[in-house]
Unconditional design. Structure first.
Length: 401
């Protein structure tokens, strides 16, 4: 039986294809299964354990009761597209035409998939920052692209701008920017954003931004690259309602871009999910129109949760980064006697009753050794859960001493 080259490329790009050609379980699946088997607190997967705002939940219930249960329009409901347009103008001063420059997708991952498959030709190069959200590698491979990365170094996880300049060439088709960044929690500097735009112009590349944590920043504003001079005409901006509204299971995402790019992406998207989430689309529209107080409180609450877990990790003996966005903390297990994050993650449930994931799960083979002792903890959980995890983790300091 012959396995297609695209299938193999995708599995390899996602880090799931073993040397013998078999598909291995991802570290995320392994760690989640370990949490279930041991009863450990799961701080590995990045999803909240609380529902989103009641106004949004009620809007979905109303939509279902009112019969909004069939296929929505291919571009998304007009109600949601108009809400996305209002959101971009309200928060960032961007003018986006809801009829031609907005596309609703099955979460941000489908937006990424449709964008990469639509805009990439086999052999084109795609530049991302590393560590990177694991879907990037698989999607680039599926599109037949060549994946180039720019490492983000601990502790601040800002890129070396000379390495960025070297990575982007005339062979580059896409520069993919995840800001705020998963898994590191970094927020890129204005200098970095401006250089990305400059390089895209110089080498005639397109910019794809993954901004799903746009409202989850701490003490720094989110600045979309598309707001920078000369950026809007060559940028696809991607976001979703899952992280902002703690509704990751609804899988309602979107992208905004110049009309010609949206049309090209739609041509691919219609053969992926076609459409999705009919009753959830008007509900997310309600969420996008919530007052500023909601967005401010959401970021403040998450910042307080970050601080609870950060104190617990520091007490336990980890060296940690201080994330300025997203809902992840990167911690270094070296002081606890572990230089292999994968090994550490596998024994942590026994040592402390907590599950996390190694940062190497977000890395290409070239750089895995550089990030080997680092692990990622999610703090998008109830405060009492984080406090219990912090208490259990504190036992590690006694073991290390």
């Amino acid at each position: 039986m012959t396995i297609s080259g695209a299938w193999r490329r995708t599995a390899a790009g996602a880090g799931l294809l073993a040397a013998d050609g078999t598909v291995t379980a991802s570290i995320f699946a392994e760690m989640s299964a370990l949490a279930v088997r041991t009863g450990a607190i799961n701080l590995g997967q990045g999803f909240p354990d609380e529902d989103g705002p009641v106004e949004v939940l009620e809007a979905a219930r109303r939509a279902i009761a009112d019969g909004v249960n069939q296929y929505p329009p291919g571009r998304g409901t007009l109600e949601l597209r108009q809400a996305i347009s209002r959101h971009q103008h309200r928060f960032y001063g961007l003018s986006v035409d809801p009829d031609t420059e907005v596309l609703v997708t099955a979460g941000a991952t489908e937006a990424l998939a449709a964008t990469i498959l639509a805009l990439l030709e086999p052999g084109d190069e795609v530049v991302t920052f590393e560590p990177f959200y694991d879907a990037y590698g698989g999607l680039i491979a599926l599109g037949g692209g060549v994946h180039r990365t720019v490492p983000l170094r601990s502790p601040d996880f800002q890129p070396d701008l000379d390495l960025l300049r070297a990575a982007v060439t005339d062979r580059t088709r896409l520069i993919v920017v995840n800001d705020p960044h998963n898994p590191t929690g970094t927020v890129f500097s204005r200098e970095t954003r401006e250089l990305i735009v400059n390089l895209a112009h110089r080498h005639d590349a397109l910019i794809v931004t993954d901004e799903v944590y746009e409202h989850l920043t701490f003490g720094v504003p989110h600045i979309p690259i598309s707001t920078l001079p000369g950026a809007a005409e060559r940028t696809v901006t991607i976001s979703s309602g899952g992280k902002t509204f703690s509704l990751t299971g609804w899988k309602v995402g979107w992208l905004t871009a110049p009309a010609a790019l949206v049309t090209a992406i739609l041509a691919v998207k219609q053969f992926l999910t076609y459409v999705n989430g009919a009753p959830f689309q008007p509900a997310i529209a309600v969420g996008l129109d919530l007052p500023d107080a909601f967005y401010t409180a959401t970021a403040q609450d998450l910042r307080a949760k970050r601080d609870v877990l950060a104190r617990g990790l520091t007490t336990a003996g980890f060296s940690i980064s201080q994330p300025r966005g997203s809902y992840f903390i990167v911690a270094d297990a070296t002081n606890l006697g572990y230089t292999d994050g994968v090994e550490f993650c596998r024994v942590l449930p026994e040592l402390a009753g907590v599950v996390t994931v190694p940062v190497t799960a977000f890395c290409s083979p070239r750089y895995r050794a550089d990030y080997a002792p680092l692990v990622r903890f999610a703090y998008c959980k109830k405060v009492e859960v984080l406090e219990r995890a912090a208490t259990q983790l504190s036992a590690l300091s006694a073991r290390a001493s």
